[in-house]
Design a binder for this molecule. Sequence first.
Ligand code: NAD
Length: 427
Amino acid sequence: MNIAAGSNRSSRIAGFHKLSPRDRLDLVAAFAGLDDAQVAHLANMGNLDPVLADKLIENVIGTMNIPVGVATNMKIDGEDVLVPMATEESSVVAAVCNAAKQVYETGFLTSVSGNLMIAQVQAVEVADPAGARIRILEKRDEIKAACDACDPVLVSLGGGFRDLEVRLLDTPSGTMVVTHLIVDTRDAMGANAVNTMAEKLAPSIAAWSGGRVYLRILSNLADRRLARARAVWKAADIGGEAVRDGIVSAYEFAAADPYRAATHNKGIMNGISAVVLATGNDTRAVEAGAHAYAARSGRYTSLTTYEVDKDGNLSASIELPLAVGLIGGATKVHPTARACLAILGVTTAERLARIIAAVGLAQNFSALKALATTGIQKGHMALHAQNIAMMAGAVGEEIDRVARLLVERASVRMDVAQKVLEEVRGS
Ligand code: NAD
């Protein structure tokens, strides 16, 4: 095939999207000067059918394999669950297993606020915003009928339009009239479902408001789709009162300080995003919702809380929006996602959200416990040492040997790893 694009290194490649993944790869290889091993590696699509990969996104040349690990010891609402987690970060799966082990007897208790998604329709240049708001609210029945007509399948499954809100937003260019369509999307994440409804209603909203409609899209701040989990770790099971108090203090730090809260919540999302990804759900949608919810008071804060209960034990909880589904997006078509959903044994999006919330809490407990006691690096080091060993060039059995020596010498560094690898190879 013609790979002339590589010689002048132009990124303007006419018809690139129409090529097969393999032909695109050849062009990219010529452009970037990839060697044969790199091309062969990218051409190996692993366990994702190239035809499917090419349909999921645009301009596909390969796939990115991320390990799927399984968190054990999880008991959620009285039921034992094995939780698949897709992540490239070491220690994340182990952290969930450890936290869950220390509370296995009672496990995690969960709840949800519902399956409601919000779609926004933005109207601008409205002469009488307050009047427009009332005029739109008066059309509730008409709006419900129009929304439900967009998705008879959803309605037949018990979902569909539920509520209407109209908000007035003061902006530099005047008051905007923002209509919220509140829709039960059942076992779908619901983005496409509610976006279709918002687009359908836009001309009517423009007419009723007398303004112009611009944006018509869901809000990822899915605060009517909250998932919650709680657990009580017995002080005796987690190393005593000093550890318990250290965890509470770590939480209070995050609750009071956005600099700490960002890292605290990042740790929570280590667990949450891993299950969201493993099940083919939209990690960015869940992350955007989580962080927006963490800032809902106007100040960014912790998604979890930790208190000492009346028995002196550690009472912990988490609450965040979790717009995940079992249908739509990659959930139904990606074979790995389907298999992961089968491992979880979930039959509703609600149950999936509950499990994910529990994983977030477990993850956070482990991180805080490590931080409040030995520090995060001790637990991380064994796995981190393996990464460093691999980066230094260790292969096969060398990886464990080099990693062990790095940890023993308390020096998990690339330069040391290279020397240790030479020793191992010379021995
Ligand atoms: P979808 O439109 O593919 O599927 C949902 C539809 O499936 C429903 O409308 C319904 O008609 C049907 N359905 C069948 N069985 C159902 C059941 N049991 N419960 C509910 N619906 C059922 O998917 P979606 O969930 O509307 O959209 C999700 C996708 O949208 C994700 O891939 C996401 O990445 C993407 N997306 C996200 C954003 C965002 O988050 N800002 C924006 C646009 C698109």
